[in-house]
Design a protein around this ligand. Structure first.
Ligand code: IMP
Length: 178
């Protein structure tokens, strides 16, 4: 795999594009008769959300949340605060949460609980990458782009200290940059 000045390519732009096509086709099928609302968790979801939503071939709506977790720069503490909430009611919608990465699972288990209390028809989770080995809470992730090892990654929406989000590939960050 290619080496770049920011790190080693773990998932290439082309692999991402191909996998998103597959996920989009699957979601199109699964939500055929449903009132689909994609809820992106900013900022990490931006690229994944825009690409995935356009591979879903049905009417849907989109909305976004911003949450912050109090933790160190490379891990989550589990204390989550909603900085920006949805602008609407989700009652009766089939909500699909769109995340860049599930790591400990603490952020998503909190968000899922909050959204489920608002009487949607269903709440499911779609993540581009899944670091399953790091889970601290048991959470069902319904759609996974890629299972990855326990490495700190950047690119395609994912950051380190708010940098590197706009890289086209997903990279394992060079240790010297941390
Ligand atoms: P969780 O609550 O531990 O599942 O944390 C999920 C959040 O932590 C993600 O939305 C990311 O913002 C951040 N995160 C976890 N691992 C990484 C990584 O390897 N690179 C970049 N961000 C990460």
């Amino acid at each position: 795999m290619g080496e770049t000045s920011y790190g080693k390519i773990l998932i290439s732009e082309e692999q991402i594009r191909n996998r998103i096509k597959e996920l989009g086709a699957q979601i199109t099928k699964d939500y055929e008769d449903k009132k689909l609302l994609l809820v992106g968790i900013l900022n990490g979801c931006v690229y994944f959300m825009t690409d995935l939503s356009r591979e879903i071939d049905k009417l849907l709506q989109i909305d976004f949340m911003v949450v912050s977790s109090y933790g160190s720069s490379t891990s989550t503490s589990g204390v989550v605060k909603i900085i920006k909430d949805l602008n609407r009611s989700i009652e009766g919608f089939d909500v699909l949460i769109i995340e860049d990465i599930v790591d400990t699972g603490l952020t998503l288990s909190y968000i899922k609980e909050v959204l489920e209390a608002r009487k949607p028809n269903s709440v499911k989770i779609c993540t581009l990458v899944n670091k399953i080995g790091r889970r601290k809470v048991d959470i069902d992730v319904d759609y996974v782009g890629f299972e990855i090892p326990d490495e700190f990654i950047i690119g395609y929406g994912m950051d380190y200290a708010e940098k590197y989000r706009n890289l086209k590939d997903v990279l394992i960050i060079r240790p010297e940059l941390i």
